[in-house]
Ligand binder design. Sequence first.
Ligand SMILES: Cc1cc2nc3c(=O)[nH]c(=O)nc-3n(C[C@H](O)[C@H](O)[C@H](O)COP(=O)(O)OP(=O)(O)OC[C@H]3O[C@@H](n4cnc5c(N)ncnc54)[C@H](O)[C@@H]3O)c2cc1C
Length: 490
Amino acid sequence: MSQKFDRIVVVGGGSAGWMTAVALATGLQGRASIELVESEEIGIVGVGEATFPSIRVFNQHVGIDEADFLRATNGTYKLGIRFCDWQAKGQDYFHTFGHFGNLSGSQTLWAQHRRMGLPESLEGQCIPSVMAAKGRFVRPADPGHFTYAYHFDAALYAEFVSKLAIGRGVRHTQGRIVEVLRREDGDVSGLLLADGRRIEGDLFVDCSGFRSLLLGQTLQEPYVDFSHWLPVDGAWACPSERVGEEITPYTRATALEGGWAWRIPLQTRTGHGHVFASRFVDEDAARRQLMAQLDGPAIGEPRLIRFKTGHRQRLWVNNVVAIGLSSGFLEPLESTSIFLIQDGIARLMKALELQRPLNESDVALFNEGSARRFARIRDFIILHYCLTRRRDSELWRYVAGMELPQTLAFKIELWRRYGVLHEYDEECFDQTSWLAVHTGMGHWPEREDPVIAEIAQERALRALAGRRQGIAAMVEGMPLHHQTLQQVLR
Ligand SMILES: Cc1cc2nc3c(=O)[nH]c(=O)nc-3n(C[C@H](O)[C@H](O)[C@H](O)COP(=O)(O)OP(=O)(O)OC[C@H]3O[C@@H](n4cnc5c(N)ncnc54)[C@H](O)[C@@H]3O)c2cc1C
């Protein structure tokens, strides 16, 4: 691998490609030339409308103004995800971007709540969960209160970011790559386009989507297959017209016979999709089930996308680094793909900013960290499935009985036996997220920690009721989500 990265070529103009290009242009400030190649003929995957709060960090880092961004991308605010019918039909819970008070010691909020056997949901103790239930949204006055993310049109976001990147000196080349040229040492030396042009570079960032043109097809890097645990392998996507004025400030994920359906509200339409496992439900039935979920009249025909959950074993091989779908895909249940794009960019920038030549250990660290990140998110997503009490179809019987990755089995055991929310390195989701899913799925520790009884029952009850009432009163005074949006967009 060359030690000099004066010419960086980004292959692909979807969200991964343009986010990488703008971040490199912003971070490297002219220390390398950056060229992005994409093919209009091939196009982009064009789905991916829900995000995780880290997107705000990225936007701020590259200097994106929130109101401009929301205007340009048909964007709305997101406070978390409402999961319907996952534990059992008719039961739902909210995965919040907020928190549930203390997580340790005698004042551990969830444990006191549990000890009192309170009939109301723990969600009443969390500001954004109550906001979501009431359809309200304001940006937090104090960032410590809660955080938030967005829903947006992924194609519009790529277009928006492309303008920024080009403004910062990224060269934009349209053309279909028909051959990837290699040097004797295995490095990629250039790309041959269909019209005969050649593009040369020192470092190639593969953002070519599911094709994985450089890392997968050319360098033949093996795929680590997660489909044993995450058996979904297809999705039907179809937006619908928006019905009514109100816009829910959250994503909805509804468990179905052989998968689950997403509902993502944008300003002018609602994104719908059905992620399904073809082993358990056939394609046509999955399509029909999606169409039955739409809020309003469909916009266009449903589109089918195929995938396999997992990731490339190494994301950086020779002088090729894969970011986005070309590096892997974990299914969209927790909206983590754009987070993984950011994660890849951050690791790449860190390597490029080293004040010494890169060596094999730097690349090995990049690869090991990235693989662990995929595994951590994989475990969190599996948690949503494996705790189910549903046994009404093949998919649910399968996921309830499947053998779990050891890392996840250990975490579940710690929670069940001791009420401990263990964290590994490279976690993407913190203890609050794990708590939200465990408790939302009705999965509580078997025993009470004796330290919890240090607080008198009456005092604990008063504290819980006070917090719940305080949150309810605060949320009551907030504007509805669409009102806040109108104000920001104005
Ligand atoms: C069903 C589904 C739902 C999803 N939902 C979410 C979600 O809610 N939230 C989220 O964060 N993510 C989601 N994602 C993931 C999200 O869509 C992607 O992470 C994101 O769009 C980035 O895609 P990409 O840029 O890697 O690939 P693409 O958008 O596919 O871009 C690939 C690019 O490579 C170019 N290319 C490929 N081959 C060639 C060639 N030979 N020559 C020239 N150019 C070439 C194409 O032209 C294109 O520009 C979802 C994905 C799927 C499949």
